[in-house]
Design a protein. Structure first.
Length: 187
């Protein structure tokens, strides 16, 4: 258990540094120093900086989180709140976190690929859990809603990549509101 606590501490510190300085500007030496361990120990636990980002991305167990949500909460709101809960890089400034996250994905293709694989592996579990929780919504509709959420995130990422002044969180929220409205209108 002590080893797991140490890993969680290192991930938390790495996420703080990623938020403060950005992923590309943060070094493994800084992470080790702030964690109170040697570089060698850090590299034994996390061979690559990308591992810290990918592991830290999904710090909230999706099954526990979905099961804790009230049954009367709208599906899109559950997914939106989950996205905020994941908070990608930790910290309290969601806009800054998302901006840094998208910047990192632009310069780190291996990280982008690893995160995509992680998301793809989680989607069937999320659909299964949400189908149980929302028996009035078909599994297909849940897949479409989750797929729309992923599409919304990718669209925001593309827009932010093109327009550096764009607020990724605002883009995501606007698109999610549109999806929620379409779902509630039945269109």
């Amino acid at each position: 258990m002590a080893e797991e606590n140490r890993k969680q501490k290192i991930i938390k510190i790495a996420n703080q540094l990623f938020t403060e300085k950005g992923y590309t500007e943060t070094t493994m030496t800084e992470i080790a120093d702030r964690s109170g361990i040697s570089r060698r120990t850090l590299f034994r636990i996390f061979p690559r900086k990308q591992d810290l980002l990918v592991i830290g991305y999904n710090s909230v167990p999706i099954d526990e989180w979905i099961n804790q949500q009230p049954a009367d909460k709208e599906l899109v709101q559950v997914l939106t709140d989950l996205l905020k809960e994941q908070n990608m890089m930790g910290g309290t400034d969601l806009q800054k976190n998302y901006q840094r996250w998208f910047e990192t994905l632009n310069v780190e293709p291996d990280t982008r690929s690893a995160i995509l694989q992680k998301v793809l592996k989680q989607m069937p579990l999320a659909v299964q859990l949400l189908s149980k929780k929302y028996s009035n919504i078909s599994e297909e509709e849940i897949w479409i809603t989750i797929g729309s959420l992923v599409g919304v995130i990718i669209a925001a990422w593309a827009k932010v990549s093109d327009d550096k002044g764009s607020d990724p969180l605002e883009q995501i929220n606007q698109n999610l509101e549109l999806i929620a409205k379409k779902l509630s209108d039945g269109k």
